[in-house]
Ligand binder design. Structure first.
Ligand SMILES: Nc1ncnc2c1ncn2[C@@H]1O[C@H](COP(=O)(O)OP(=O)(O)OP(=O)(O)O)[C@@H](O)[C@H]1O
Length: 313
């Protein structure tokens, strides 16, 4: 029986815990949900618990505590109900290296119900021209694409992608993003883990930042970055000192540092800060080399969380 409909959450995680053999608690009571057709990103520093969480969603292990539901089922105890409807791209594919790309896909297709034609899947991931090549001759990025092809083979409703663009060059990354967007637009629900903040910012409808096994922040990228400071940096012109700038405190600046000649400002009011600094440079008739101004980004939120927690620890 299908327990889900269009409006329900396809993935539901409540107070989830994972404790490893030696007693180490890698996931410490996290919760989030993913709606049908959403792209949801799990972000976090190394060792934050992303893979430990995704493995529980994939049904590879039972949780030590809490609850996971995928398409309304327990992915570990009701594996046969969930697995045919999900696609999984692990961090390490581990294919036999002497098979060709096509042979690998065929082998996988034999264990996949309702597999798409192999040529179609290979075209989708940009491996159409590499069908006869042996896996051991593929580049690292091409292997990631093959991993993705296998995950897509059964036309899954839910796709789990563990660091899908690691090892891909800039073009490969963009292609993968376009593919994920196309899958989302066609109604596929995607849960991905990533280290690339830009990837999460550009791709995810919603995200959670994990830190030491807990959810440190979650929501849309705009919600997670709200309230975080913007940044501005430039080189101090020759012969000028920090004290020559207009008074920073009155401009919304909440932090500043001088690194060599480079001034880095963190500000709650980028427009006011930038206007005042540029007006000052105009009056002084100086050029601000290396001028850069950017709004609050996920990177700022991410670094802020790591910083706040380090202070709190
Ligand atoms: N099988 C295991 N036994 C014991 N500890 C483990 C095991 N697997 C992972 N851990 C520990 O659990 C913590 C979380 O690991 P996990 O791989 O889930 O993090 P991650 O967020 O995916 O990190 P990364 O970005 O480095 O892949 C780490 O401290 C890791 O050392």
């Amino acid at each position: 029986m299908d327990h889900t409909d269009e409006h329900e959450h396809v993935i539901e995680v409540t107070d989830l815990r994972r404790v490893y053999g030696g007693g180490f608690e890698a996931v410490r009571g996290i919760g989030f949900s993913v709606a049908r057709g959403e792209v949801f990103a799990l972000l976090g520093t190394n060792g934050a618990g992303k893979t430990s969480t995704v493995e529980l969603l994939e049904g590879l292990a039972p949780p030590s505590g809490g609850r996971v539901r995928v398409l309304g089922h327990d992915p570990f105890l009701e594996r046969s109900a969930v697995r045919p409807r999900t696609g999984v791209m692990l961090q390490e594919g581990g294919f036999p290296s002497d098979l060709t790309v096509t042979e690998t896909v065929r082998m996988w297709a034999a264990c996949t119900s309702g597999a798409r034609p192999e040529g179609e899947v290979l075209e989708r991931v940009g491996l159409g021209g590499r069908a006869g090549v042996r896996v051991r001759q593929l580049s690292g990025g091409e292997r990631r694409r093959l991993d993705l092809a296998l995950a897509l083979l059964g036309a899954p409703e839910v796709l789990f992608l563990d660091e899908p663009t690691t090892g891909l060059d800039a073009e490969g990354r963009r292609d993968t993003w376009a593919l994920v967007r196309a899958l989302r637009d066609a109604g596929t629900t995607v849960l991905l883990t990533t280290h690339h903040l830009e990837e999460a910012e550009g791709l995810a409808d919603r995200l959670a930042i994990l830190h030491r096994g807990r959810v440190a922040a979650s929501g849309t990228p705009a919600e997670v970055t709200a309230g975080r400071p913007a940044r501005m940096s430039f080189e101090l012109p020759d012969g000028y000192f920090l004290g020559d700038l207009p008074p920073l405190a009155g401009l919304g600046v909440c932090g500043h540092e001088l690194d060599g000649r480079t001034v880095r400002l963190r500000t709650q009011d980028l427009q006011r800060t930038a206007t005042a600094v540029l007006a000052w440079a105009g009056r002084a008739g100086v050029e601000l080399r290396g001028l850069d101004a950017r709004s609050a980004s996920l990177e700022e939120a991410f670094l802020g969380i790591a910083r706040d927690r380090a202070v709190a620890a």
